[in-house]
Design a protein around this ligand. Structure first.
Ligand code: HEM
Length: 542
């Protein structure tokens, strides 16, 4: 049990070799820590024995305490009120919608506002977190949101900067993703109960839908690190769906339980030094042996997320003639002789393990063919909508994080005698960020709802154009917000770590979202070309 102090008792610890301070009513012993304090020891000695809450808030985000509390807190002041949790106070009488599935328009009376959640900064969270009415969410979504946010706040967020600098997230975190059932819920398909006994604590498997997946990815992205998110789902979220949809049953039985549990890792290997968004041009070749039992694979793959840690590579290879009709997909195993991986040094997403892979005479059993020979393009295409929606969710939360961080900072930092937020030029930046984030999120929810209703084939055929347009929108919003947030934070966004850590990191991560998964230019073009094709079939009259 932590000790209870009076103000006078804390005052007695006001020497450099016996240095206590008070922050938010909690008492910290900084006697040893002062020597390693990044802000210097003298500044701490000046507030020794005192309440330093105001000074602390000026130089740090409160989340710094999540990391150091365990090590430094020795007690609390007498009469201190318990700290507020992630859930905000309840201002209005609101109830969650029934857990029946997404509420239909015919049942308008069920579409009631959900309870407020989070910090209630305007636009700092999606509208349904801030007691707006929504037709999309029910109590299972509410429960999942709470479950993930608690985990991220206590076990992930305090360490993200450290992991990014180390360019590696501890393997235990990915294992937890498996144990918590999150990995099984990230595949754009119904919860795969036939291959795993892992379950998400707050959502019955049979009720799992696309909005749960949205919430999961969105909350992971609140960490403000593309590297962290990609370290967990960057390879998995695009490497595994083709296997679960198109691989042969014995292969699935063999590898899925380990992958869904977070014990094994997988990635998607399509891009090559000379083939990115123009997938049909890839050259990595796979030749069938004369006995028809193996493929022999030779070639290179570049910019492969998580490749360095992967046990399996869902790999696009050329088995036939030129163009898309000669492409197949093979599951290649890391243990096969001839596979080598080299980590690449990139501008952003540092902890995501971007990798260069070479395949030299790698022998792959024909049982590892995913889909049919020379029909790999269909396998790849089926993946695109899910991959791009994942990118959109991440980008939009990153944009929101940039806005939220800016809003908080603009409300505490003073220049020329005023808070930043009191300068119209800064409010204009915040307004421009918020309106783009909100527009993007509303389009996103609409598209996710269509995925939920249409199913895989129809959504693949009909939504490709809109999802490409949405990716273009989300990535340009992200780029805009990174630039504006950096201007608001000034020098703090130019240095790594500290209060501007998320802004500086996300600024570096932008291009990792704007180039892969279909570059901005290709997305904009596709959003019109593909939509025209679909609408021609729907009877478009020009
Ligand atoms: C529990 C007490 C404290 C802890 C755990 C702590 C921890 C830290 C950490 C980790 C940083 C690096 C930047 C960051 O991650 O935000 C930092 C920077 C800093 N801290 Fe503290 N600190 C504490 C109290 C204080 C107090 C009371 C003051 C002022 C009186 C202070 C002044 C500063 C300054 C000036 C910086 C440098 C900020 C910059 O680079 O812009 N700290 N502190």
């Amino acid at each position: 049990m932590a000790k209870v102090f009076s103000v006078d008792e804390v005052k007695a610890h006001s020497k450099p070799d016996d240095l206590y301070i008070i922050v938010h009513g909690d008492v910290y012993d900084l006697t040893q820590f002062k020597n390693e304090h990044p802000g210097g020891k003298k500044i701490l000695e000046r507030v020794a024995g005192k309440d330093a809450t105001v000074q602390f808030q000026k130089y740090h985000k409160d989340s710094v305490l999540d990391k150091y509390r365990g090590k430094l807190q020795v007690g609390s002041l007498e009469g201190k009120a318990p700290a507020p949790k992630a859930e905000a106070p309840k201002p209005a009488p609101v109830v969650a919608a029934p857990a029946k599935s997404v509420v239909s328009s015919a049942k308008k009376e069920e579409s009631v506002a959900l309870e407020p959640f989070g910090d209630m900064i305007p636009y700092g969270d999606p509208a349904w977190y801030q007691s707006y009415h929504s037709p999309y969410y029910n109590e299972t979504h509410v429960a999942l949101r709470k479950e993930i946010r608690e985990w991220i706040t206590s076990e992930i967020e305090p360490y993200v900067t450290e992991w990014d600098e180390a360019r590696h997230v501890p393997d235990t975190i990915f294992k937890q993703m498996g144990q918590r059932g999150y990995l099984a819920g990230l595949l754009g398909v119904k919860f795969p109960v036939e291959y795993t006994d892992r379950r998400v604590a707050s959502v019955p498997a049979e009720q799992w839908d696309h909005f749960h997946e949205l919430i999961l990815t969105d909350e992971l992205s609140r960490t403000g690190s593309g590297g962290f998110v990609w370290s967990q789902i960057g390879g998995y979220g695009i490497g595994l769906p083709p296997v679960i949809r198109f691989a042969q049953e014995p292969l699935k039985q063999r590898i899925l339980p380990g992958l869904l549990a977070g014990e094994k890792r997988i990635c998607l290997a399509i891009t090559e030094p000379d083939a990115g968004s123009d997938v049909a041009n890839l050259t990595c070749e796979a030749k069938l042996t004369e006995d028809g039992k193996h493929y022999i694979v030779n070639g290179e793959k570049k910019w492969i997320t998580n490749g360095i840690w992967a046990d399996y590579f869902t790999t696009a290879v050329r088995t036939g003639g030129p163009g898309m009709g000669g492409v197949s997909v093979l599951l290649i195993e890391k243990t096969s002789p001839g596979v080598s991986v080299r980590k690449m040094d990139c501008q952003g997403v540092w902890s995501s393990g971007t990798t260069y892979i070479t395949f030299e005479d790698v022998k792959v059993p024909v049982e590892n063919l995913v889909g049919k020979e020379n029909q790999g393009f269909k396998v790849i295409m089926t993946n695109f909508n899910h991959e791009r929606l994942g990118i959109v969710i991440q980008c939009n939360r990153f944009s929101r994080v940039l806005y939220e961080e800016s809003m908080k900072y603009a409300n505490k930092r003073k220049t020329f005698g005023k808070k930043l937020v009191e300068h119209p030029v800064i409010r204009m930046k915040l307004a421009q960020m918020a309106r783009q984030v909100e527009a993007c999120h509303n389009w996103l929810e609409n598209i996710v709802y269509q995925c939920e209703k249409m199913g895989t084939t129809e959504s693949m055929l009909r939504l490709g154009g809109a999802i490409a347009g949405l990716k273009a929108q989300a990535t340009t919003t992200f780029e805009f917000c990174a630039r504006e947030a950096a201007q608001i934070f000034g020098g703090l966004a130019y240095t790594r770590g500290g209060q501007g850590a998320k802004v500086e990191r996300l600024y570096r991560d932008v291009k990792a979202y704007m180039i892969p998964g279909g570059s901005l230019e290709i997305m904009e073009d596709l959003s019109i070309r593909q939509a025209m094709r679909v609408h021609k079939a729907l009877g478009m009259k020009l």
